[in-house]
Design a protein around this ligand. Structure first.
Ligand SMILES: Cc1cc2nc3c(=O)[nH]c(=O)nc-3n(C[C@H](O)[C@H](O)[C@H](O)COP(=O)(O)OP(=O)(O)OC[C@H]3O[C@@H](n4cnc5c(N)ncnc54)[C@H](O)[C@@H]3O)c2cc1C
Length: 430
């Protein structure tokens, strides 16, 4: 249940193993964090920033770019040849005037095999006009068009990805031992027909796992760990941006000041859209309390400081809010965030709640889900899909954040909300 990257990768892996599966989505494929993500297939450099060396998180994630690249080239466990690689590399640039303070960072980056300094024409165009004090590094982390990844999965497995028709909602019935017996849809005037009878249910609905927990329960007699955590972000979108940009701006803190990814603005200006995250979008910077106008002004101020040679006055800006949803770490770590994918399942239960923690970790999550199924004694039952009852319809694909947002309308139907753009010239920069 849930059609983000975790649900899609798990569906693909399990189908390849011979399991009969159906993916139940509520709104549209990728409608949660997946298409809202920046599409960076992290290899760990971001985690090494400021720490002066490899952490457990950076070691766990180091394999991921290789796993994804194999899939993008057509010899991995899923076929992502149709997904679009927007950039083969992610870049780092140092905030102007900070080079003296960043000596330790330079040493950390120089020791990594996946990272090297770049000068002159080897720099991305937008960074070529930077003052001499700015260093630029190229990192072996591809950046993907997240929607095209979802499209690639839908092309292969779309027939098994459905959502309830109209304003119907998902529900579950349970056996006496608490395990889920059936998943069904209901709506006005329905009596609960149109059920599927799964041996196991994998809840990968991101933030929506909290709602699924109230529907599917523990799925067994045992207890589940604490509630998952949700960490909000206030992202900024810049339309009409001067060119492609895939880079973290590193300053004196452990978090990049800005992380900018970009995509061709196919439905709008015809130029580039920058999608801006990093510290400016995080709660610690006050981003969540800022309204849209204040968040735009704050971002333009930071851009002026760290990208002062770039003119964005002719651009239009808008913001969007997303929540990262994560499980609780299985072992107590220094940081209160999980360092990799998390799965929780009650003892004897047939329901799993799972979070990849990062887009990049989806392959690892799918592998762990398949291991759990084996340990539960749920084995592949042969080729073929599960026929979806007629109360379901094919799940569409969500738009990119700058193209609109999937929401539920007042009368209960999934619909796309337009983005309202603001001129950069109207922003207050004092
Ligand atoms: C702004 C932002 C930028 C990010 N950038 C990166 C990045 O660059 N690199 C990286 O590795 N990670 C990144 N992440 C993290 C990454 O996006 C997430 O870890 C990952 O997408 C989570 O995938 P998921 O499938 O678990 O959840 P989601 O993508 O949230 O998918 C959940 C799905 O479940 C559906 N759903 C919800 N409720 C129900 C229900 N009741 N029944 C059925 N379906 C339901 C939703 O509609 C949605 O389609 C970013 C996250 C955010 C928010």
């Amino acid at each position: 249940m849930g059609g983000g990257i975790a649900g899609l990768w798990t569906l693909a892996r399990l189908r390849a193993m011979g399991y009969r599966c159906l993916l139940l989505e509520q709104l549209a494929l990728g409608a949660g964090q997946t298409i809202a993500s920046q599409g960076i297939i992290h290899g760990g450099v971001k985690y090494a920033l400021g720490s002066g060396g490899a952490t457990d998180a950076s070691k766990a994630i180091a394999q991921m770019p290789g796993v994804w690249r194999a899939c993008l080239e057509g010899h991995g466990e899923v076929d992502l040849r149709k997904a679009r690689v927007l950039s083969e590399h992610q870049y780092l640039w140092t905030a102007p005037g900070l080079s003296g303070m960043l000596g330790g960072l330079g040493a950390t980056l120089a020791m990594r095999a996946d990272c090297r300094g770049v000068d002159g024409v080897r720099r991305p165009t937008v960074l070529r006009g930077a003052p001499r004090s700015v260093s630029v590094y190229e990192v072996d982390e591809p950046v993907l068009d997240a929607r095209s990844v979802v499209e690639a999965f839908a092309k292969e497995h779309g027939a098994w990805c459905v959502r309830p028709r109209g304003i119907k909602r998902l529900g579950c019935s349970h056996r006496a031992d608490g395990t889920v017996e059936s998943v069904w849809v209901h709506g006005p005037g329905d009596t609960g027909e149109g059920a599927v009878f799964p041996k196991a249910v994998v809840c990968v609905a991101g933030e929506g796992n909290a709602v699924l927990r109230s529907i599917a329960g523990n799925g067994g007699r045992g207890a589940l760990p604490d509630k998952p955590q949700v960490r909000p972000l206030h992202m900024v979108m810049v339309r009409g941006a001067p060119g492609p940009m895939f880079a973290h701006c590193v300053g004196a803190s452990t978090l990049p000041r800005l992380t900018i990814t970009s995509a061709p603005d196919e439905r709008g200006s015809g130029g580039w859209v920058w999608y801006v995250g990093g510290a400016i979008a995080e709660p610690e910077s006050g981003a969540i309390e800022r309204d849209e106008a204040a968040q735009i002004s704050a971002t333009l101020r930071v851009m002026h400081e760290v990208l002062g040679w770039v003119d964005v006055r002719g651009c239009e800006l808008a913001t969007c809010r997303w929540n990262r949803a994560e499980g609780v770490p299985s072992v107590q770590t220094r940081v209160a965030r999980p360092e990799g994918p998390t799965i929780s399942r009650a003892e004897g239960g047939n329901v799993m709640y799972a979070w990849p923690t990062k887009l990049a970790f989806a392959p690892l999550l799918a592998e762990r889900v398949s291991e759990q199924l084996s340990s539960m004694g749920v084995t592949p039952s042969g080729a073929g899909g599960v026929e979806a009852p007629s109360v379901f319809e094919p799940a569409p694909i969500a738009p990119r954040p700058w193209e609109g947002r999937m929401v539920v309308s007042k009368d209960g139907f999934p619909t796309i909300q337009e983005v309202t753009w603001n001129s950069a010239r109207s922003a207050t920069l004092d």
